[in-house]
Design a protein around this ligand. Structure first.
Ligand code: UTP
Length: 290
């Protein structure tokens, strides 16, 4: 089985980033020279995904517009002889085949994914969260798709977090396998109360899921925070058939959180071809001044 489709849920309210996200989707906030969501779509494309399914909501049309062709803008850029800029914009609209589905109420990440069930159909698929960035030469999605080619089962991407921060994440308990960075999942807990889990493996926003997940999501009742939690359905799925946790290579940034966003701007800025060196010089100067 090959993974062709990626679901990118972008229907959340983005309350952690208010007031910036009152009228602008958090996925459209800029990291250096492009919106967060563009990095995520580019990760999917360079990893071999053929179709992206956005789960959107009211007020998120800027995301769809960003990947659409803007005829008027293209004409103006041509008239002004800004050819390379026009080409760059056209490349964005040609990136990939995009379909949108609407989540009418923000009932949680699990519900957002369930909303995409008819478009995904009966095949394994990937999920990339619209505000979770992973910086690495080899994209996180590609690393997971390579693992899927071997194991043909669901995979959650995990990172180690300090034990006193586990209550902020979905936590996986499992058994390390011979294959490097790979674990068999035994148990999952959404935002465990301190002391209730001994694992430091936190789930981040990249998943490979078997289509059976939709059956479990359809049956999942609201959990933590009154939302339909993906973690609850994942646990049910992992009890039924195998599931793997994969310690991806790279650094993850939560761009939906103010501090995470600032860190992402610095990391992507330092990694930028032409801006990296002058930004580094500026940061060094700032450190001297501190
Ligand atoms: P978050 O936990 O970041 O929630 O969702 P949020 O509502 O977007 O932001 P805060 O916490 O209020 O600041 C993780 C991902 O799941 C999507 C979000 O868009 C984000 O990509 N999501 C969440 C939905 O699509 N629908 C939902 O009902 C909830």
């Amino acid at each position: 089985m090959k993974i062709r489709k990626a679901v990118i849920p972008v229907a959340g309210l983005g309350t952690r980033f208010l007031p910036a996200t009152k009228a602008i989707p958090k996925e459209m906030l800029t990291i250096v020279d492009r919106p967060t969501i563009q990095y995520i779509v580019e990760e999917a494309v360079t990893s071999g995904i053929e179709q992206v399914i956005f789960v959107t909501s009211e007020g998120k049309s800027a995301i769809e517009n960003h990947f659409d062709y803007n005829f008027e803008l293209d004409m103006v850029l041509k008239e002004k002889n800004k050819i390379s800029l026009g080409q760059e914009l056209e490349e964005i609209s040609n990136l990939i085949d995009i379909i949108s589905v609407r989540q009418k109420k923000p009932l949680g990440l699990g519900h957002a994914i369930w909303t995409a069930r008819h478009v995904v159909g009966d095949e394994p698929f990937m999920v990339l969260l619209g505000d979770d960035l992973v910086l690495n030469d080899q994209p996180c999605a590609k690393q997971m798709l390579d693992l899927f080619a071997e194991v043909q089962e669901s995979i959650v991407a995990v990172q180690r977090v300090p034990m006193n921060e586990t209550y902020q994440y979905g936590i996986v308990e499992g058994e390390a396998l011979e294959r490097k960075w790979t674990h068999q999942v035994h148990r999952m807990i959404e935002k465990p109360a301190p002391g209730t889990s001994h694992s430091d493996m936190a789930i981040i926003g990249r998943y490979v899921l078997m289509p059976e997940i939709f059956d479990y999501l359809g049956r999942t009742t609201p959990g933590h925070g009154g939302e339909i939690q993906l973690t609850d359905a994942l646990l049910a799925l992992s009890n039924k058939r195998g599931m793997y946790a994969y310690e991806f290579q790279g650094t993850r940034y939560d761009a939906g959180d103010k501090l995470g966003y600032l860190k992402a701007i610095l990391a992507y800025g330092l990694n930028h071809e032409s801006l990296g060196a002058p930004l580094k010089a500026h940061l060094k100067q700032l450190v001297v001044d501190l």
